[in-house]
Design a protein around this ligand. Structure first.
Ligand code: ADP
Ligand code: ASP
Ligand code: MG
Length: 458
């Protein structure tokens, strides 16, 4: 069996869905479990609907709900034009999902208050709608496809908006649910991103979580491979939206991919790699607009060569500087500091320490008020906003001769605030002012990936 996950742009519209189904059709001998995201931009739309409802904005809710409904109804009608009976069923199903959502959203709007529990229900509808439509269209095209509600098998913790997968439960349920659904079928389809807690309440895995769903499902069914179909020709040496001449990477290691994703490369959800590594399942990142391309293979460490693979970045981070004379010669100080971060579930990226100071970086989206308040009880705390974090990633780069010089030489005129060499030998990271980020990333990429190629051409 294989898992085939299609991201938002790969199922964005008529053409994209037609292409995605054609790709699945070519892999039926591998018994695919198809995992889909919401149509491109639909999850954003659902967030806007949640915000409008939470602030009691009836007019806005109505407009946005209309947009959501018409996009899906029109798409279902267009895709199923040739199969009137299926079209009627699909449109009725889409309308019924939208009706339930509208009922909830109107109730939220009336009280002007939105719980995380209801927010999870609202934003899960993107995946429910896309998978419903695509399932109908696959059947219309002659691929007998069964619909799996991911909430029956993707069990998470109680955090409605960022549920942590309960792996034991997922590993138990997924093979059973998939095997049952596969009976007499050519394929099955389910939703990425969404799940439920043990009590059966709606949860989601956090933004971009469909990749993570695919990988968890792949692990649970011992998939031969996990395919992540997206809108780029595989993983590249940097985000092609930020750097012009990025290089295609034919293969990278699990560890390199995990570091890239964790340190900002949005091509994969940061936790995607972990389940695949457990069972040593290769992940392929492929372009649904260029299905014959080779994509990038993400494989075990031993199969990958040493060397720089990527420049990744997180654009909006904060540096929290913690100063205390008590730190000197006090063994429990660091423990206390990190307990505070852990209790508030604020995740720390980079850490550097000196005699009486610890600096850490956190994503700007993390809520740090409570952390700062608690740290301030025994230390002086200064928070620097508007910083960015840049990471050079590649197998064993920390051990490569001259790598630090190569990394920092292009940055002569840049203020560098923190430097951290990953304990794993794969990562050199540092912090710069946000306004300098774009130039730093371009310069660095040029020196690490483009200069030598230019010289070779002479
Ligand atoms: P999907 O909707 O398929 O999940 P995403 O937008 O989440 O797609 O991820 C694909 C995008 O990731 C690409 O369009 C690209 O701009 C971005 N990206 C960031 N870093 C990289 C990288 N190193 N290699 C390739 N793509 C990257
Ligand atoms: N639809 C969700 C999001 O936009 C999940 C995903 O696309 O991976 O965040
Ligand atoms: Mg994504």
């Amino acid at each position: 069996m294989i898992v085939m996950k299609f991201g938002g742009t790969s199922v964005a519209n008529f053409e994209a869905i037609t292409r995605a189904i054609f790709i699945v059709g070519g892999r039926l001998d591998k018994k695919p479990v198809v995992v889909v995201s919401a149509l491109s931009k639909v999850t954003d739309l659902l967030y806007r609907i949640s915000d409008a409802a939470a602030s009691g904005n009836v007019g806005e809710v109505k407009t946005l709900m209309g947009e959501l409904r018409s996009r899906h109804v029109n798409l279902a009608s267009d895709l199923l034009e040739q199969s009137p009976a299926l079209k009627e069923n699909a449109v009725a199903r889409v309308n019924s999902i939208c009706d339930s959502l509208e009922e909830l959203v109107n109730a939220v709007c009336a009280v002007g208050e939105l719980s995380d529990r209801n927010k999870a229900i609202i934003i899960s509808n993107g995946e429910l709608l896309s998978s419903t439509i695509i399932c109908f269209v696959m059947n219309a095209k002659g691929i007998r496809t069964n619909f799996i509600d991911a909430r029956k098998m993707m069990i998470t913790s109680n955090e409605y908006l960022k549920g942590e997968p309960v792996v034991d439960e997922i590993v138990k349920r997924v093979p059973e649910v998939v095997a049952e659904a596969y009976k007499g079928m050519d394929a099955v389809i389910t939703q990425g991103f969404i799940g439920s807690n043990a009590a059966g309440e709606q949860t989601v895995l956090g933004r971009g979580g469909s990749d993570y769903s695919a990988s968890l499902i792949g692990m649970a069914i011992d998939a031969e491979r996990i395919e992540i179909w997206t809108d780029v020709d595989g993983v590249r040496s940097a985000d092609p939206r930020a750097v012009e001449n990025t290089k295609y990477l034919e293969k990278i290691s699990f560890e390199e991919a995990a570091e890239m994703a964790h340190f900002g490369a949005k091509v994969l959800h940061p936790l995607t790699i972990e389940p695949a590594v457990k069972k040593n399942i290769p992940i392929y990142v492929l372009n649904s607009m260029n299905p014959s391309g080779k994509g990038t293979a993400i494989l075990r460490n031993e199969l990958i060569e040493d060397g720089v693979k990527s420049v990744s970045f997180k654009e909006n981070i904060r540096v929290i500087n913690i100063f205390s004379m008590k730190m000197i010669n006090t063994s429990g100080f660091l423990r206390r500091v990190f307990e505070i971060f852990s209790e508030s579930r604020v995740s720390v990226d980079l850490i550097s320490t000196s005699e009486a100071n610890i600096s850490v970086t956190v994503d700007a989206s993390e809520k740090i008020d409570k952390v700062v308040e608690q740290l301030s009880e025994f230390a002086d705390v200064i928070v620097d906003d508007d910083k960015s974090q840049v990471s050079v990633i590649g197998k064993n780069i920390v051990r490569l001769n001259g790598m630090l010089k190569k990394t920092f030489a292009p940055l002569k005129r840049t203020n560098v605030y923190m430097i951290s060499q990953g304990a794993s030998f794969v990562n050199i990271s540092f912090v710069v002012d946000r306004e300098e980020l774009k130039e730093v990333v371009r310069d660095l990429h040029y020196h690490l990936f483009e200069v030598e190629e230019e010289l070779e051409q002479f």
